[in-house]
Design a binder for this molecule. Structure first.
Ligand code: GLY
Length: 374
């Protein structure tokens, strides 16, 4: 594993130079499709992953030019700290500025995280005890009768709120995160610990009006990346709170994923556990990266055979993703590390392409393995 980790970071340091060249200075990389790099503005939900990934490469390689490139991208991302139109602030601002502060201790970065947390907290709906994910004007949700959509992905955004409470005098951020996590345990899961994708809450009574999917195969299916957000989210909540309910939730989700008959031997999941085209369904490498990183953390809070199983599966994923089936050749794939992720099949968007967050959680998992298990 030591060699595999070293090899991946040496590759990443070179490969991301191609990505840098392909990404104009005022934008962020999004994907590579039909032989062309596709970029986004800083308000796309993934805008924090490119600087975050650069910071992981810098953490391992200590190459100053990589830190310089990360700082340039953080400078254009800064303005997003005031954004309040969706719940993605945690992804955008904590994967980027959170890592930047951790590695540089620059107080300006901490201020950005705290301001971003204030913006995210404006989306908290106290009567329903949830953070509202999307505006109902987005994607015609109003026409479909939604009033308070909350998606399982939102478990990832509350990491920033926990951190903000821990690193400031404002404890309300943690109250919001915990209320959101508790409402999500109560409402978002099925008895087998698989999760729905989208819930619609009555924002006055907290009653759940709908349980549906946006990016999964069907309303009742287990969308693979969503299961990953849930696993990572509750493991992370246990890190901050040591509340056994969160650990139990993470263990239940892990059991669902790891024991699922449709999880392939290389542990890179199909895009949805219930996709009817399995075994010919597309894989989602981004979900695999998220699983690997989350399982390595869950291994820190468990012991014996259970811990070993989490670490073994994470190791299998990391080995799979490091092989030629999933990892690109140098100078190809638009400069992204990994191939074969799936954004949203129902929206016919980002299908079987590289995605920034697949690279981000892959490198995060490799660093976690180095820190905890080498
Ligand atoms: N948060 C959106 C996604 O996972 O695709």
């Amino acid at each position: 594993m030591k060699k595999l980790i070293a090899n991946n970071f040496a590759f990443a340091a070179k490969q991301y130079q191609y990505l840098e060249k392909a990404t104009p200075v005022d934008s962020m990389p999004k994907t590579f499709k039909d032989n062309r790099n596709v970029n986004s503005d800083v308000y796309w939900w993934c805008s924090g992953f490119y600087p975050g990934t650069l910071l992981y490469i810098y953490e391992y390689t200590k190459k100053p030019l990589i830190l310089d490139e990360a700082k340039k991208r953080l400078a254009i991302l800064d303005t997003v700290k005031y954004f309040t139109k969706n719940h993605d602030l945690g992804f955008m601002m904590f994967c980027s500025f959170g890592n930047a502060y951790r590695l540089t201790k620059n107080e300006e970065y901490k201020k950005v995280i705290l301001e971003s947390s204030k913006s995210l907290a404006t989306r908290y709906r106290p009567d329903a005890k949830v953070i509202q994910s999307w505006e109902i004007t987005d994607g015609g949700l109003r026409q479909k009768g939604f009033v308070g959509p909350v998606i399982i992905d939102n478990m990832m955004n509350i990491e920033m709120l926990e951190w903000a409470s821990q690193n400031s005098t404002d404890k309300s951020f943690a109250d919001i995160a915990r209320n959101h996590a508790n409402s999500t345990i109560k409402n978002h899961f099925r008895p087998d610990y698989s999760s729905y994708h989208v819930l619609d809450y009555d924002l006055t009574t907290g009653e759940v009006r709908k349980k549906v999917t946006a990016q999964g195969f069907s309303d009742s299916s287990a969308w693979s990346r969503g299961q990953g957000w849930a696993l990572y989210g509750y493991t992370m909540m246990y890190r901050f709170t040591k509340d056994p309910a969160y650990l139990k939730q993470a263990q239940g989700i892990a059991k669902f994923i790891l024991n699922h008959p449709n999880l392939p031997a290389d542990k890179v999941p199909y895009w949805d556990f219930d996709a009817t085209e399995i075994p010919n369904a597309l894989r989602d490498v981004s979900a695999a990266s998220v699983y690997a990183s989350a399982l390595l953390e869950l291994g820190q809070y468990t012991s014996g055979e259970e811990k070993q199983n989490y670490v073994d599966v994470a190791k299998t994923i990391l080995k799979s993703l490091s092989g030629s089936k999933y990892r690109a050749q140098l100078g190809t794939n638009g400069g992204f590390l990994l191939m074969h992720s799936v954004g949203s099949i129902p929206h016919k968007s980002e299908i079987d392409v590289p995605l920034t967050y697949a690279d981000y959680y892959f490198l995060e998992a490799l660093l976690r393995y180095k820190k905890w298990y080498l």
